[in-house]
Design a protein around this ligand. Sequence first.
Ligand code: PLP
Length: 360
Amino acid sequence: MDDKLMLMIPGPTPVPEQVLSAMAKHPIGHRSGDFGKIVAEVTQNLKWLHQTQNDVLILAASGTGAMEAGIINFLSPGDRVLVGTNGKFGERWAEVTDAYGLQTERLSVDWGKPLDPEAFRQRLESDTDKQIKAVIVTHSETSTGVINDLKTISSYVKAHGALMMADTVTSLGATSVPVDEWSLDVVASGSQKGYMIPPGLGFVAVSAKAWEAYKTAKLPRYYLDLGKYRKSSAKDTTPFTPAINLFYAMQAALRMMKAEGLENIFARHERLRQAARAAVKALNMPLYAADECGSPAITAVMPNGVDAEQIRSVMRKRFDIALAGGQDHLKGKIFRIGHLGFVSDRDLLTAIAALEATLQ
Ligand code: PLP
């Protein structure tokens, strides 16, 4: 029964009733004063969520659109970029930088392992003539359930002077991403994850240092020209027709998040992370990522000798619970439990009980 489907995947995530009903309204004109008030409130609350004074811009795009915007606004053809890859999404950013003719240098480790900050330090220290213009890191690598040490990597990037670009698609709203404290220059995320709203909005937080780079960056851009979004944002509007009903959703979701409070949101996700990992261990299944680097948003499981797709299929058919599968070479080898956004202790307990019954 689809109306009872419980989403335990790392996006799209469940949407609270309050948010759904906020969306169920006629759109209003996006140049009206009323819409301007929504833009102003949402923008302010996005800064709160990002723990930043930087601009946070809102695009009608998915997370990939937000990251592509990050790349094309602050870099020029031929620029060298250092991309951390330890899963599908790190690889995706390398594909984007390749597509735009940048010199992509990958710093890779095996899928399931965290990026090595020391490797970033060494590579950046060896770059004495400052060829590396940006470093790109996926904070929470959704394909493997690994959280990378963005804070430490960013401290080395700051010492070097390159731009620090981060994909926080499945970390923002699940764990602390203090953009100012960690000196993150470009931070991309998308609505269908920790934000608890449906897909369709992309967010980019941009530092003053990144805006300096914008002045000389030469990659072509039009719809995703962030300068246009910045100008409009200063006037509480957007350069193009925005996804108006998703703004209603965003307004409601951010109010819910403020009522819960950042510390409580992070503590809830940490509790879910620990509970998921403890339960999987108790069911005698190996975890794909080690405890030290397990993401607060996703737990990836290797079901000993059982086809992961079979487990997902039973969970879906018998219990109306959707789990995510493995991507690329991990298909059939792992399944992933998403526990980010509007997910409670009870949701996780239900999923774990169903998993136990599935395995019997
Ligand atoms: N980066 C990460 C870490 C993700 O998990 C995802 C989506 O799952 C993306 C990027 C891509 O986002 P989208 O599918 O919204 O373009």
